[in-house]
Design a binder for this molecule. Structure first.
Ligand SMILES: Cc1cc2nc3c(=O)[nH]c(=O)nc-3n(C[C@H](O)[C@H](O)[C@H](O)COP(=O)(O)O)c2cc1C
Length: 163
């Protein structure tokens, strides 16, 4: 079984979670940043995972662009999404639902919330100010949804066992 994990990550936390997932998935796993995913042929993989953080209520722009450009190819594959954000499982997933292509959501095998973290030292002043606002408006979640990642990996590995 060949699994491709594509992730977008501005500050590195989504990358950390993508790696965490990759470590739990059995078989041949390829982990790649969305910036380098354009040339990959999704047909060469049995299952595809796309991970995105949420920024200002939206999925990460690089992931959005990738999904728009490769929509038909993604739809033709067996794919899942994972979401990273500080709004927690409710708010971040709402943001995902409203900003990801509806058809891609509809046909996904599943999508799940993996957690969120903030690295204030890596941000500029504007971003830090935004973070404070976000922290006030929504449930401020910081951490790793270990159970969610585990369940996601079991689901991916389950498909492997069935075939
Ligand atoms: C400017 C800015 C805006 C953000 N907006 C949201 C948001 O609207 N909803 C949310 O759930 N998380 C939001 N976040 C939190 C990020 O999704 C979170 O820090 C995530 O872990 C970043 O992933 P990365 O390190 O892979 O880039 C925001 C973070 C920043 C810096």
């Amino acid at each position: 079984m060949k699994t491709l994990i594509i992730y977008g990550s501005k500050y590195g936390f989504t990358e950390t979670l993508a790696k965490k997932l990759a470590d739990k998935v059995i078989g041949d796993v390829k982990l790649v940043t969305v910036k380098k995913a354009d040339k990959l042929n999704l047909k060469e993989f049995d299952q595809v995972v796309i991970g995105t953080p949420i920024y200002i209520g939206n999925i990460y722009k690089d992931v959005k662009n990738y999904c728009q450009k490769h929509k038909e190819e993604i739809l033709a594959s067996s794919y899942r999404f994972f979401v990273v954000g500080l709004g927690g499982p409710v708010e971040s997933m709402k943001n995902f639902d409203s900003s990801m292509d509806g058809e891609l959501i509809e046909h996904a095998v599943e999508y799940a919330y993996f957690g969120g973290a903030v690295f204030l030292d890596r941000m500029n002043v504007i971003e830090r100010t935004m973070m404070k606002k976000i922290g006030k408006k929504t449930t401020f979640y910081e951490g790793i949804n270990e159970e969610g990642i585990e369940a996601f990996a079991i689901s991916l590995n389950g498909e492997d066992n069935e075939n």
